[in-house]
Write a protein that binds this ligand. Structure first.
Ligand SMILES: NC(=O)c1ccc[n+]([C@@H]2O[C@H](COP(=O)([O-])OP(=O)(O)OC[C@H]3O[C@@H](n4cnc5c(N)ncnc54)[C@H](O)[C@@H]3O)[C@@H](O)[C@H]2O)c1
Length: 311
């Protein structure tokens, strides 16, 4: 096996939850570029179907499966549908996730429950159903990749989100211990702020602040995760398990420092930063301004930033 073919995913069968847009779509495209056939799993049928078509236009097999990851029966049926189409399941990226912002001293319990249900319980239900399939098939092996967040390590968003993501990281370690004997690697990837529809309302001043405190000097984009997801999905990571791969441009190293100066332009320009997010918003048929901002998409995020940074 050459070093390059270590990363080869030709013939591999994958699924990505929350794959319609954003990070999930970015992971699906990366896996397809490396050769995998990829099922798109999401509650958003309209956009998810378009993303599945996009994967097919790359010369790979794809299908859309509608599934709410909080519902165990739907999750079991989703894995069955993927295996009916692909015959097997080699790679699963459990990415579906939400944030409901709000001051924690007043957060309604229903909001807490919803975030934990999607981010933590949903990730577990998917991983469990995927592992059951990987254990059943021959050869018995698989790669499960959970999308956590830098918020598992730093107090960044709010209690429900941060707790759910810390839960994903620790759950990943436990599942890695339990499922190593089935040749299943279980790892997670922790991104920092990524310009996706989840952050479409982030004002220009906040993006600039992120650049200033991030050593690599630009705001993360979905394709910045491509290398990490291909690595964890491929034979290149066969001896890596229970790992939380932080992909944050160094953001969490310096969160408390004064702005970092730089004389050399970063690799990625502000225009390039928001290109993928604009593509997501185009796919969803949603408008945005010249800076790629749609303040109506997640007004609660815009409000939090407005309180911290002004207009
Ligand atoms: N954007 C960021 O800055 C960032 C940073 C770190 C981690 N993350 C994590 O990455 C993941 C993806 O984030 P994103 O920014 O692409 O979000 P996004 O809101 O742009 O996309 C999330 C996708 O998940 C789907 N989804 C939501 N609830 C679902 C459910 N119950 N069942 C199935 N699908 C569901 C949505 O329809 C959507 O297609 C999340 O787990 C998020 O917490 C995001």
């Amino acid at each position: 096996m050459s070093n390059l073919s270590l990363f080869d995913l030709i013939g591999k069968k994958a699924l990505v939850t929350g794959g319609a847009v954003g990070i999930g779509r970015g992971c699906a495209v990366a896996l397809a570029q490396a050769g995998a056939d990829v099922a798109i799993v999401d509650i958003d049928e309209k956009t998810g179907t378009k993303t599945a078509e996009e994967i097919k236009s790359m010369g790979r097999q794809s299908l859309f499966v509608k599934c709410d990851v909080t519902d165990k029966q739907q999750v079991q049926a989703m894995v069955t549908a993927v295996v009916e189409a692909f015959d097997q399941l080699d790679i699963a990226v459990n990415n579906a996730g939400i944030a409901i912002l709000g001051a924690d001293e007043e957060l309604p319990q229903a909001d807490w429950d919803k975030v934990i249900a999607v981010n933590l319980t949903g990730t577990f239900l998917c991983a469990q159903a995927e592992a059951q399939q990987m254990i059943r098939q021959t050869p018995t092996e698989g790669k499960i990749i959970n999308i956590a967040s830098m918020s598992a390590r730093i107090a960044n968003c709010n209690a429900s989100y941060d707790a759910s993501k810390s839960g994903v990281v620790h759950m990943t370690k436990t599942l890695a211990v339990e499922w190593g004997r089935f040749n299943i690697n279980v790892n997670c990837i922790s991104p920092s702020y990524i310009l996706t529809p989840m952050h479409a309302s982030t004002p220009v001043a906040v993006r600039q602040r992120i650049r200033e405190i991030t050593p690599m000097g630009y705001v993360e984009r979905p394709e910045d995760l491509s290398g990490a997801v291909i690595f964890l999905a491929s034979a290149a990571s066969n001896y890596v398990t229970g790992h939380d791969l932080l992909v944050d441009g160094g953001h969490t190293l310096n969160a408390w420092l004064a702005p970092l100066g730089r004389e050399i332009p970063p690799r990625i320009s502000p225009d390039q930063e928001s290109k993928q997010m604009k593509a997501d918003l185009d796919k969803m048929g949603l408008p945005y301004d010249a800076n790629g901002i749609n303040p109506d998409l997640h007004p609660e995020i815009a409000d939090v930033f407005r309180q911290a940074f002004g207009d």
